[in-house]
Design a protein around this ligand. Structure first.
Ligand SMILES: [Mg+2]
Length: 246
């Protein structure tokens, strides 16, 4: 790829991209970078979610006194109706979120290796970096420690900070921007679930979708608010950073 070329192409000529997205070689001038955590900062194939999913099912079964198969139905129904299973349990059963978050994220991270390519890409990329996750700060910090990238981030904005209003509910994005002093029009959001980029685009952020094969990840991918589609995040970020040196 010639150096004058952008590191990736806009996914489409959507109105949002035409109106808002800067030329890709200027992304290195972004003031803020907002990264989702799970399946964004590490590959979805690592499948940490299978452990979290199993813990959730067991927790719900014990909490509500259900058989595992019944608990799974509740878990998935609440996920679809409330954005996360946790929010459904809080709304419908007044559940205390803290023990739930601690238990479901108490997972084996030995499958996750350090990612020196991502670490170097983040090191080369100017701008403040924040993780925005529907999980917890503790989980994010453990995952980032395994990846060896935690020192590049200024903070983690989690489901607690969002007032238990999960992505893609817009209230969490507004709170994130306020709390971290982020100028959305000079910031980039990176996510593997395309629909979580819609509120970011509505605030004026440039949006980057880490392409997902999952049904939930692809939802909204063609709806016109995705500016860039990325398969190899570390390589793409490195490309952004190198534009600065042109
Ligand atoms: Mg994710």
């Amino acid at each position: 790829m010639p150096k004058s070329q952008p590191p990736a192409s806009p996914v489409n000529a959507a109105d949002h991209a035409a109106d808002v997205a800067p030329a890709p070689w200027r992304l290195c001038e972004a003031e803020g970078w907002i990264f989702d955590l799970d399946n964004t900062l590490y590959p979805a194939a690592i499948n940490l979610y299978s452990q979290i999913d199993a813990h959730m099912q067991a927790y719900i079964a014990a909490y509500l006194g259900l058989e595992p198969t019944e608990a799974r139905v509740v878990q998935k129904r609440y996920f679809h109706e409330y954005g996360t299973s946790l929010c459904g349990l809080m709304e419908c059963h007044g559940m205390d979120p803290a023990p739930f978050l601690a238990r479901v994220h108490d997972i084996d991270l030995s499958v996750l290796d350090a990612d020196p390519l991502l670490e170097r890409a983040l090191a080369a990329l100017p701008g403040r970096k924040v993780v925005f996750t529907n999980a917890s700060v503790a989980h994010a910090e453990r995952v980032m420690a395994r990846l060896g990238i935690g020192h590049h981030f200024d903070g983690v904005f989690d489901i607690v900070a969002a007032g238990y209003r999960p992505k893609p509910k817009p209230e969490g994005y507004a709170a994130l921007v306020r709390e971290h002093g982020i100028d959305p029009r000079r910031s980039v959001m990176v996510e593997d679930i395309a629909r979580n980029l819609q509120p970011a685009a509505a605030l004026g952020m440039t949006t980057v979708w880490v392409r997902s094969d999952s049904e939930i990840g692809r939802l909204g991918a063609d709806d016109g608010y995705v500016d860039y589609v990325v398969d190899d995040l570390a390589a793409w970020l490195r490309g952004c950073a190198e534009r600065r040196l042109d």
